[in-house]
Write a protein that binds this ligand. Structure first.
Ligand SMILES: [Zn+2]
Length: 498
Protein backbone atom coordinates (compact mmCIF):
# COMPACT_ATOMS: atom_id res chain seq x y z
CA UNK A 1 0.00 0.00 0.00
CA UNK A 2 1.24 3.42 -0.80
CA UNK A 3 1.71 5.81 2.02
CA UNK A 4 0.30 9.27 1.60
CA UNK A 5 2.53 11.53 3.64
CA UNK A 6 2.40 15.29 3.68
CA UNK A 7 5.75 16.99 3.63
CA UNK A 8 6.60 20.62 3.58
CA UNK A 9 9.21 21.67 1.12
CA UNK A 10 10.49 25.15 0.58
CA UNK A 11 10.84 26.59 -2.84
CA UNK A 12 13.41 29.27 -3.28
CA UNK A 13 12.48 31.48 -6.15
CA UNK A 14 15.34 32.41 -8.40
CA UNK A 15 15.37 36.10 -7.53
CA UNK A 16 18.72 37.75 -7.17
CA UNK A 17 19.98 39.57 -4.09
CA UNK A 18 17.04 38.46 -2.03
CA UNK A 19 15.80 34.96 -1.44
CA UNK A 20 12.08 34.47 -1.39
CA UNK A 21 11.12 31.40 0.51
CA UNK A 22 7.73 30.08 -0.39
CA UNK A 23 6.25 27.36 1.82
CA UNK A 24 4.82 24.73 -0.46
CA UNK A 25 2.99 21.69 0.83
CA UNK A 26 2.94 18.69 -1.37
CA UNK A 27 2.86 14.96 -0.95
CA UNK A 28 5.86 12.78 -0.77
CA UNK A 29 5.58 10.61 -3.80
CA UNK A 30 7.39 7.87 -5.52
CA UNK A 31 10.07 8.52 -8.08
CA UNK A 32 10.82 12.04 -6.89
CA UNK A 33 13.27 12.97 -9.52
CA UNK A 34 14.88 16.36 -9.09
CA UNK A 35 12.47 19.20 -8.97
CA UNK A 36 13.49 22.11 -11.07
CA UNK A 37 14.93 24.10 -8.27
CA UNK A 38 16.71 23.23 -5.08
CA UNK A 39 17.62 25.03 -1.96
CA UNK A 40 19.89 27.89 -2.67
CA UNK A 41 22.28 28.66 0.13
CA UNK A 42 23.77 31.99 -0.73
CA UNK A 43 27.06 32.63 0.99
CA UNK A 44 28.59 35.35 -1.16
CA UNK A 45 28.05 38.78 0.33
CA UNK A 46 29.79 40.56 -2.54
CA UNK A 47 28.00 43.68 -3.73
CA UNK A 48 28.36 42.66 -7.39
CA UNK A 49 25.19 40.84 -8.29
CA UNK A 50 25.93 37.33 -9.49
CA UNK A 51 25.01 36.50 -13.09
CA UNK A 52 21.33 35.84 -13.65
CA UNK A 53 20.53 33.33 -16.39
CA UNK A 54 17.33 35.20 -17.29
CA UNK A 55 19.18 38.44 -18.06
CA UNK A 56 22.00 36.62 -19.85
CA UNK A 57 19.41 34.74 -21.90
CA UNK A 58 18.04 38.04 -23.21
CA UNK A 59 21.51 39.28 -24.20
CA UNK A 60 22.39 35.98 -25.82
CA UNK A 61 18.93 35.37 -27.34
CA UNK A 62 18.55 31.97 -25.70
CA UNK A 63 14.91 31.65 -24.67
CA UNK A 64 11.72 33.54 -24.08
CA UNK A 65 8.45 32.86 -22.27
CA UNK A 66 4.83 33.52 -23.11
CA UNK A 67 1.70 34.21 -21.10
CA UNK A 68 0.06 31.61 -23.35
CA UNK A 69 2.11 28.81 -21.77
CA UNK A 70 3.37 29.85 -18.34
CA UNK A 71 6.35 27.84 -17.15
CA UNK A 72 7.14 26.39 -20.57
CA UNK A 73 10.34 28.02 -21.81
CA UNK A 74 10.44 28.74 -25.53
CA UNK A 75 13.97 28.03 -26.69
CA UNK A 76 15.16 30.39 -29.41
CA UNK A 77 17.62 29.11 -32.05
CA UNK A 78 20.64 29.89 -29.82
CA UNK A 79 19.07 28.16 -26.80
CA UNK A 80 18.03 25.19 -28.93
CA UNK A 81 21.63 24.81 -30.11
CA UNK A 82 22.90 24.56 -26.54
CA UNK A 83 20.08 22.18 -25.61
CA UNK A 84 20.76 19.91 -28.58
CA UNK A 85 24.49 19.84 -27.92
CA UNK A 86 23.87 18.81 -24.31
CA UNK A 87 21.59 16.02 -25.48
CA UNK A 88 24.08 14.95 -28.16
CA UNK A 89 26.87 15.00 -25.53
CA UNK A 90 24.80 12.62 -23.40
CA UNK A 91 24.10 10.36 -26.39
CA UNK A 92 27.84 10.07 -26.95
CA UNK A 93 28.32 8.97 -23.34
CA UNK A 94 25.49 6.42 -23.67
CA UNK A 95 27.73 4.52 -26.06
CA UNK A 96 30.08 3.89 -23.14
CA UNK A 97 27.52 3.41 -20.38
CA UNK A 98 25.25 1.10 -22.33
CA UNK A 99 21.97 3.01 -22.52
CA UNK A 100 19.46 2.40 -25.29
CA UNK A 101 17.36 5.42 -26.14
CA UNK A 102 13.61 4.89 -26.38
CA UNK A 103 10.83 7.15 -27.60
CA UNK A 104 7.70 7.04 -25.51
CA UNK A 105 4.21 8.61 -25.38
CA UNK A 106 3.45 11.99 -23.81
CA UNK A 107 -0.05 11.05 -22.66
CA UNK A 108 -1.12 7.85 -20.97
CA UNK A 109 -4.54 6.80 -19.77
CA UNK A 110 -5.54 7.38 -16.19
CA UNK A 111 -5.43 3.61 -15.64
CA UNK A 112 -1.64 3.65 -16.05
CA UNK A 113 -1.22 6.43 -13.50
CA UNK A 114 -3.41 4.44 -11.14
CA UNK A 115 -1.20 1.38 -11.58
CA UNK A 116 2.00 3.39 -11.09
CA UNK A 117 0.67 5.14 -7.97
CA UNK A 118 0.92 8.62 -9.48
CA UNK A 119 -2.83 9.18 -9.28
CA UNK A 120 -2.75 8.53 -5.58
CA UNK A 121 0.45 10.35 -4.79
CA UNK A 122 1.21 12.84 -7.52
CA UNK A 123 -2.06 14.02 -9.03
CA UNK A 124 -1.69 17.58 -7.70
CA UNK A 125 1.37 17.94 -9.91
CA UNK A 126 -0.20 16.45 -13.02
CA UNK A 127 -2.15 17.80 -15.96
CA UNK A 128 -5.18 15.92 -17.30
CA UNK A 129 -5.83 15.65 -21.02
CA UNK A 130 -9.27 14.87 -22.43
CA UNK A 131 -10.78 14.83 -25.87
CA UNK A 132 -13.45 17.44 -26.56
CA UNK A 133 -15.06 15.29 -29.18
CA UNK A 134 -17.39 12.53 -27.80
CA UNK A 135 -17.58 10.96 -31.25
CA UNK A 136 -13.88 10.08 -30.97
CA UNK A 137 -14.24 8.39 -27.61
CA UNK A 138 -12.25 5.21 -26.94
CA UNK A 139 -14.99 3.92 -24.66
CA UNK A 140 -18.51 3.01 -25.58
CA UNK A 141 -19.93 5.16 -22.81
CA UNK A 142 -17.16 7.65 -22.23
CA UNK A 143 -15.89 8.12 -18.68
CA UNK A 144 -12.41 7.36 -17.30
CA UNK A 145 -11.41 5.51 -20.41
CA UNK A 146 -11.10 8.88 -22.15
CA UNK A 147 -9.03 10.61 -19.49
CA UNK A 148 -5.32 10.89 -20.02
CA UNK A 149 -2.55 12.30 -17.88
CA UNK A 150 0.32 14.31 -19.32
CA UNK A 151 3.39 12.46 -18.14
CA UNK A 152 5.42 13.97 -15.28
CA UNK A 153 7.95 11.10 -15.40
CA UNK A 154 9.07 8.41 -17.81
CA UNK A 155 9.32 5.48 -15.40
CA UNK A 156 5.88 3.90 -15.96
CA UNK A 157 6.44 4.01 -19.73
CA UNK A 158 9.79 2.28 -19.35
CA UNK A 159 8.17 -0.38 -17.18
CA UNK A 160 5.71 -1.03 -20.02
CA UNK A 161 8.64 -1.56 -22.37
CA UNK A 162 10.32 -4.01 -19.97
CA UNK A 163 7.03 -5.85 -19.50
CA UNK A 164 6.48 -6.15 -23.26
CA UNK A 165 9.22 -8.78 -23.62
CA UNK A 166 10.33 -11.91 -21.80
CA UNK A 167 13.67 -11.58 -20.04
CA UNK A 168 16.29 -13.98 -18.82
CA UNK A 169 18.86 -13.04 -16.16
CA UNK A 170 21.37 -12.97 -19.03
CA UNK A 171 19.57 -9.95 -20.56
CA UNK A 172 20.11 -7.79 -17.50
CA UNK A 173 21.00 -5.02 -16.88
CA UNK A 174 18.70 -3.31 -19.37
CA UNK A 175 19.14 0.46 -19.50
CA UNK A 176 16.63 2.75 -21.19
CA UNK A 177 17.28 6.45 -21.81
CA UNK A 178 14.63 9.00 -22.69
CA UNK A 179 14.76 12.75 -23.40
CA UNK A 180 10.96 13.17 -23.56
CA UNK A 181 9.39 16.45 -22.48
CA UNK A 182 7.77 16.16 -19.05
CA UNK A 183 5.05 18.30 -17.50
CA UNK A 184 4.56 19.01 -13.83
CA UNK A 185 2.04 21.51 -12.59
CA UNK A 186 4.16 23.88 -10.50
CA UNK A 187 2.31 26.63 -8.66
CA UNK A 188 2.22 29.67 -10.92
CA UNK A 189 3.79 32.05 -8.38
CA UNK A 190 7.02 30.08 -8.39
CA UNK A 191 7.54 29.90 -12.15
CA UNK A 192 10.78 31.46 -13.29
CA UNK A 193 13.22 31.26 -16.19
CA UNK A 194 14.57 27.77 -16.81
CA UNK A 195 14.63 26.77 -13.16
CA UNK A 196 11.00 26.70 -12.03
CA UNK A 197 9.08 25.40 -14.98
CA UNK A 198 6.08 23.30 -15.89
CA UNK A 199 7.60 21.75 -18.99
CA UNK A 200 11.13 20.42 -19.09
CA UNK A 201 13.26 17.52 -20.26
CA UNK A 202 15.39 15.15 -18.23
CA UNK A 203 18.32 13.10 -19.38
CA UNK A 204 16.26 10.35 -17.87
CA UNK A 205 17.39 6.78 -17.53
CA UNK A 206 16.02 3.61 -15.95
CA UNK A 207 18.16 0.60 -15.25
CA UNK A 208 16.47 -2.77 -14.71
CA UNK A 209 18.99 -5.04 -13.04
CA UNK A 210 19.51 -8.11 -10.88
CA UNK A 211 19.90 -7.47 -7.14
CA UNK A 212 23.52 -8.59 -7.46
CA UNK A 213 24.16 -5.89 -10.08
CA UNK A 214 23.11 -2.87 -7.99
CA UNK A 215 26.59 -1.98 -6.75
CA UNK A 216 28.20 -2.12 -10.19
CA UNK A 217 25.41 -0.06 -11.77
CA UNK A 218 25.65 2.61 -9.08
CA UNK A 219 29.43 2.67 -9.42
CA UNK A 220 29.13 3.20 -13.19
CA UNK A 221 26.52 5.92 -12.73
CA UNK A 222 28.73 7.79 -10.25
CA UNK A 223 31.57 7.51 -12.75
CA UNK A 224 29.26 8.91 -15.45
CA UNK A 225 28.36 11.84 -13.17
CA UNK A 226 32.04 12.59 -12.52
CA UNK A 227 32.92 12.58 -16.22
CA UNK A 228 30.00 14.86 -17.12
CA UNK A 229 30.52 17.47 -14.41
CA UNK A 230 34.28 17.62 -14.97
CA UNK A 231 33.63 18.24 -18.69
CA UNK A 232 31.54 21.29 -17.79
CA UNK A 233 34.09 22.26 -15.12
CA UNK A 234 31.14 22.51 -12.76
CA UNK A 235 31.52 21.83 -9.10
CA UNK A 236 32.67 20.85 -6.62
CA UNK A 237 29.78 18.62 -5.74
CA UNK A 238 29.03 16.42 -2.79
CA UNK A 239 27.15 13.15 -2.62
CA UNK A 240 24.52 12.28 -0.07
CA UNK A 241 23.05 8.88 0.66
CA UNK A 242 19.50 8.91 2.00
CA UNK A 243 18.59 5.76 3.91
CA UNK A 244 15.45 3.94 5.01
CA UNK A 245 12.80 6.10 6.67
CA UNK A 246 12.00 5.02 10.21
CA UNK A 247 8.27 4.59 9.70
CA UNK A 248 6.80 4.64 6.23
CA UNK A 249 8.61 2.38 3.83
CA UNK A 250 7.94 -0.66 1.71
CA UNK A 251 10.05 -3.78 1.38
CA UNK A 252 11.81 -5.71 4.12
CA UNK A 253 14.56 -4.27 6.35
CA UNK A 254 16.83 -6.97 4.92
CA UNK A 255 16.23 -5.67 1.37
CA UNK A 256 16.99 -2.14 2.51
CA UNK A 257 20.17 -3.16 4.30
CA UNK A 258 21.42 -5.05 1.26
CA UNK A 259 20.65 -2.10 -1.05
CA UNK A 260 22.15 0.50 1.29
CA UNK A 261 25.27 -1.64 1.69
CA UNK A 262 25.66 -1.77 -2.11
CA UNK A 263 25.21 2.00 -2.37
CA UNK A 264 27.78 2.62 0.38
CA UNK A 265 30.35 0.39 -1.28
CA UNK A 266 29.78 2.17 -4.61
CA UNK A 267 30.12 5.57 -2.91
CA UNK A 268 33.37 4.49 -1.21
CA UNK A 269 34.70 3.20 -4.52
CA UNK A 270 33.93 6.54 -6.19
CA UNK A 271 36.64 8.24 -4.12
CA UNK A 272 34.27 11.21 -3.67
CA UNK A 273 33.33 12.72 -0.37
CA UNK A 274 29.87 11.56 0.73
CA UNK A 275 27.57 12.04 3.68
CA UNK A 276 24.56 10.19 4.95
CA UNK A 277 21.04 11.50 5.53
CA UNK A 278 19.65 8.93 7.92
CA UNK A 279 15.97 8.17 7.31
CA UNK A 280 15.69 10.58 4.37
CA UNK A 281 15.21 7.97 1.63
CA UNK A 282 12.03 7.77 -0.41
CA UNK A 283 9.59 5.23 0.94
CA UNK A 284 10.27 3.00 -2.07
CA UNK A 285 14.06 2.84 -1.76
CA UNK A 286 17.33 4.57 -0.80
CA UNK A 287 18.83 7.24 -3.04
CA UNK A 288 21.97 9.19 -3.77
CA UNK A 289 21.73 12.90 -4.56
CA UNK A 290 24.45 14.98 -6.12
CA UNK A 291 24.60 18.48 -4.65
CA UNK A 292 26.52 20.92 -6.80
CA UNK A 293 28.05 24.10 -5.39
CA UNK A 294 28.29 26.98 -7.85
CA UNK A 295 30.81 29.82 -7.90
CA UNK A 296 28.51 31.94 -5.69
CA UNK A 297 28.41 29.22 -3.06
CA UNK A 298 24.81 28.31 -3.82
CA UNK A 299 23.95 24.63 -3.77
CA UNK A 300 21.85 22.90 -6.42
CA UNK A 301 20.62 19.35 -6.48
CA UNK A 302 21.22 18.10 -10.00
CA UNK A 303 21.88 14.42 -10.57
CA UNK A 304 20.02 11.74 -8.68
CA UNK A 305 20.22 7.96 -8.40
CA UNK A 306 17.26 6.20 -6.80
CA UNK A 307 16.68 2.56 -6.06
CA UNK A 308 13.09 1.40 -6.38
CA UNK A 309 11.66 -1.84 -5.02
CA UNK A 310 8.08 -0.71 -5.55
CA UNK A 311 7.45 0.08 -9.20
CA UNK A 312 8.67 -3.28 -10.62
CA UNK A 313 6.21 -5.01 -8.27
CA UNK A 314 3.33 -2.74 -9.27
CA UNK A 315 4.01 -3.54 -12.92
CA UNK A 316 4.63 -7.23 -12.17
CA UNK A 317 7.99 -7.11 -13.91
CA UNK A 318 10.02 -10.28 -13.86
CA UNK A 319 12.89 -12.18 -15.34
CA UNK A 320 13.76 -15.86 -15.29
CA UNK A 321 16.80 -16.96 -13.28
CA UNK A 322 18.25 -20.15 -11.81
CA UNK A 323 18.26 -20.51 -8.02
CA UNK A 324 15.59 -17.80 -7.68
CA UNK A 325 15.76 -17.73 -3.86
CA UNK A 326 19.46 -16.83 -4.00
CA UNK A 327 18.92 -14.54 -6.98
CA UNK A 328 16.35 -12.43 -5.07
CA UNK A 329 18.87 -11.85 -2.28
CA UNK A 330 21.61 -10.94 -4.74
CA UNK A 331 23.56 -14.07 -3.80
CA UNK A 332 25.14 -16.82 -5.87
CA UNK A 333 25.32 -20.52 -5.17
CA UNK A 334 27.04 -23.63 -6.49
CA UNK A 335 24.45 -25.95 -4.99
CA UNK A 336 23.34 -28.08 -7.99
CA UNK A 337 19.85 -28.68 -6.57
CA UNK A 338 19.23 -24.96 -6.19
CA UNK A 339 20.66 -24.27 -9.64
CA UNK A 340 18.37 -26.87 -11.20
CA UNK A 341 15.39 -24.80 -10.20
CA UNK A 342 14.50 -21.77 -12.28
CA UNK A 343 11.94 -19.17 -11.35
CA UNK A 344 10.61 -15.67 -11.75
CA UNK A 345 12.43 -12.86 -10.02
CA UNK A 346 11.48 -9.17 -9.79
CA UNK A 347 14.20 -6.89 -11.16
CA UNK A 348 15.47 -3.88 -9.23
CA UNK A 349 14.75 -0.53 -10.84
CA UNK A 350 17.27 2.31 -10.67
CA UNK A 351 16.00 5.75 -11.68
CA UNK A 352 18.86 7.99 -12.64
CA UNK A 353 19.39 11.41 -14.23
CA UNK A 354 22.87 12.84 -14.65
CA UNK A 355 22.09 16.40 -15.71
CA UNK A 356 18.70 16.22 -13.99
CA UNK A 357 16.50 18.73 -15.78
CA UNK A 358 18.30 19.74 -18.99
CA UNK A 359 16.72 23.21 -18.75
CA UNK A 360 17.87 23.72 -15.18
CA UNK A 361 21.37 22.58 -16.01
CA UNK A 362 21.33 25.06 -18.89
CA UNK A 363 20.47 27.81 -16.39
CA UNK A 364 23.46 26.76 -14.28
CA UNK A 365 25.75 26.70 -17.30
CA UNK A 366 24.52 30.09 -18.57
CA UNK A 367 25.49 31.61 -15.22
CA UNK A 368 28.63 29.51 -14.82
CA UNK A 369 30.09 30.56 -18.18
CA UNK A 370 28.60 34.08 -17.95
CA UNK A 371 28.96 34.79 -21.69
CA UNK A 372 32.30 32.95 -22.09
CA UNK A 373 31.01 29.70 -23.53
CA UNK A 374 33.51 26.98 -24.38
CA UNK A 375 33.65 26.64 -28.15
CA UNK A 376 31.71 23.35 -28.36
CA UNK A 377 28.68 24.76 -26.53
CA UNK A 378 28.82 28.32 -27.81
CA UNK A 379 25.74 29.25 -29.84
CA UNK A 380 27.90 31.98 -31.42
CA UNK A 381 30.98 30.14 -32.60
CA UNK A 382 32.49 31.85 -35.65
CA UNK A 383 31.94 35.31 -37.13
CA UNK A 384 33.37 36.22 -40.52
CA UNK A 385 33.73 39.98 -40.91
CA UNK A 386 34.28 41.34 -44.40
CA UNK A 387 36.77 44.15 -45.12
CA UNK A 388 34.51 45.51 -47.86
CA UNK A 389 31.36 44.48 -49.66
CA UNK A 390 32.85 43.81 -53.09
CA UNK A 391 31.47 40.66 -54.74
CA UNK A 392 34.81 38.72 -54.71
CA UNK A 393 35.21 39.36 -50.97
CA UNK A 394 31.60 38.38 -50.27
CA UNK A 395 32.06 35.21 -52.36
CA UNK A 396 35.23 34.38 -50.43
CA UNK A 397 33.44 34.85 -47.09
CA UNK A 398 30.64 32.59 -48.30
CA UNK A 399 33.13 29.93 -49.49
CA UNK A 400 34.83 29.94 -46.07
CA UNK A 401 31.43 29.63 -44.39
CA UNK A 402 30.59 26.63 -46.63
CA UNK A 403 33.80 24.84 -45.65
CA UNK A 404 33.37 25.49 -41.92
CA UNK A 405 29.71 24.40 -41.97
CA UNK A 406 30.47 21.35 -44.10
CA UNK A 407 27.90 22.17 -46.74
CA UNK A 408 30.01 21.83 -49.87
CA UNK A 409 29.26 19.07 -52.31
CA UNK A 410 26.81 18.42 -55.07
CA UNK A 411 23.39 20.04 -54.64
CA UNK A 412 22.03 16.88 -56.26
CA UNK A 413 23.02 14.81 -53.23
CA UNK A 414 21.93 15.15 -49.60
CA UNK A 415 24.27 16.91 -47.18
CA UNK A 416 26.31 14.37 -45.23
CA UNK A 417 29.20 16.28 -43.70
CA UNK A 418 27.42 19.12 -41.86
CA UNK A 419 29.58 20.20 -38.93
CA UNK A 420 26.72 21.92 -37.06
CA UNK A 421 29.10 24.79 -36.34
CA UNK A 422 27.50 28.21 -36.19
CA UNK A 423 29.27 30.42 -38.72
CA UNK A 424 27.85 33.88 -39.34
CA UNK A 425 28.92 36.57 -41.79
CA UNK A 426 28.85 40.30 -41.04
CA UNK A 427 28.97 42.05 -44.42
CA UNK A 428 27.55 45.39 -43.32
CA UNK A 429 29.22 48.53 -44.60
CA UNK A 430 30.77 49.19 -41.21
CA UNK A 431 34.53 49.48 -40.46
CA UNK A 432 36.01 46.00 -40.02
CA UNK A 433 37.45 46.89 -36.59
CA UNK A 434 34.01 47.88 -35.34
CA UNK A 435 32.45 44.69 -36.66
CA UNK A 436 35.17 42.56 -35.01
CA UNK A 437 34.69 44.40 -31.73
CA UNK A 438 30.92 43.87 -31.85
CA UNK A 439 31.37 40.17 -32.59
CA UNK A 440 33.66 39.85 -29.57
CA UNK A 441 31.17 41.60 -27.31
CA UNK A 442 28.47 39.26 -28.52
CA UNK A 443 30.64 36.33 -27.38
CA UNK A 444 31.83 34.79 -30.67
CA UNK A 445 34.70 32.37 -30.05
CA UNK A 446 36.47 32.88 -33.38
CA UNK A 447 36.62 36.06 -35.47
CA UNK A 448 37.68 35.72 -39.10
CA UNK A 449 38.50 38.56 -41.46
CA UNK A 450 37.90 38.17 -45.21
CA UNK A 451 39.43 40.80 -47.48
CA UNK A 452 40.88 41.31 -50.96
CA UNK A 453 44.40 40.32 -49.77
CA UNK A 454 43.36 36.68 -49.28
CA UNK A 455 41.59 36.20 -52.58
CA UNK A 456 44.62 34.77 -54.36
CA UNK A 457 45.73 32.46 -51.51
CA UNK A 458 42.21 31.40 -50.46
CA UNK A 459 43.20 31.87 -46.81
CA UNK A 460 41.41 33.69 -44.02
CA UNK A 461 42.75 35.84 -41.19
CA UNK A 462 41.89 34.14 -37.90
CA UNK A 463 41.68 35.62 -34.42
CA UNK A 464 41.71 32.52 -32.19
CA UNK A 465 42.61 34.34 -28.97
CA UNK A 466 39.22 33.56 -27.43
CA UNK A 467 39.41 29.83 -28.02
CA UNK A 468 40.06 27.92 -24.85
CA UNK A 469 43.60 26.60 -25.00
CA UNK A 470 44.43 23.02 -24.09
CA UNK A 471 48.16 23.60 -23.95
CA UNK A 472 48.37 24.58 -27.59
CA UNK A 473 49.61 28.09 -28.37
CA UNK A 474 46.62 29.82 -29.87
CA UNK A 475 47.09 33.27 -28.50
CA UNK A 476 48.55 34.95 -31.56
CA UNK A 477 46.24 37.75 -32.43
CA UNK A 478 46.00 36.98 -36.12
CA UNK A 479 46.92 33.84 -38.03
CA UNK A 480 46.55 33.23 -41.77
CA UNK A 481 45.04 29.85 -42.40
CA UNK A 482 43.26 27.86 -45.07
CA UNK A 483 39.60 27.29 -44.17
CA UNK A 484 40.21 23.51 -44.21
CA UNK A 485 43.06 23.89 -41.69
CA UNK A 486 40.86 25.98 -39.45
CA UNK A 487 38.06 23.43 -39.74
CA UNK A 488 40.36 20.67 -38.44
CA UNK A 489 41.33 22.84 -35.48
CA UNK A 490 37.70 23.64 -34.65
CA UNK A 491 36.67 19.99 -34.98
CA UNK A 492 39.44 19.02 -32.56
CA UNK A 493 38.14 21.60 -30.06
CA UNK A 494 34.56 20.42 -30.36
CA UNK A 495 35.55 16.75 -30.13
CA UNK A 496 37.48 17.48 -26.92
CA UNK A 497 34.48 19.40 -25.49
CA UNK A 498 36.61 22.54 -25.20
ZN1 LIG B 1 12.07 7.32 -12.97
Amino acid sequence: MLIRRAITAHIYSYTRNQLHRIPHTRYASQFLLPRNCSSHTKTDSSSIPPPDHRQLAVQQELFTTSIYSPGSPILLPNGAKIFNRLVEFLRQQYARYGFDEVITPTIYKKALWKKSGHLENYSDDMFTVTSTSPSRSDATEGGEEDEYGLKPMNCPGHCLIFASQRHSYRDLPIRYADFSPLHRNEISGALSGLTRVRRFHQDDGHIFCRPSQIEEEIRKTLDFVRVVYSTFKLGPYRLTLSTRPTEHYIGTTEEWETAEGALKRALDASGQEWTINVGDGAFYGPKIDIILRDSDGKEHQTATIQLDFQLPKRFELEYIAPAPEYERRGETTVDPDALNETGRVTPVLIHRAVLGSVERLMALLIEHYNGKWPFWLNPRQVMIVTVNDSQPVLDHAKAVQDVLMGRQGSPEKPVSQATNFVVDIDDRQVPVGVKAHQAKSKGYSVILTAGPRQLSSGTITCDLSRLESDGEVLNQERIEMLPSELLEKLKAKADAYL
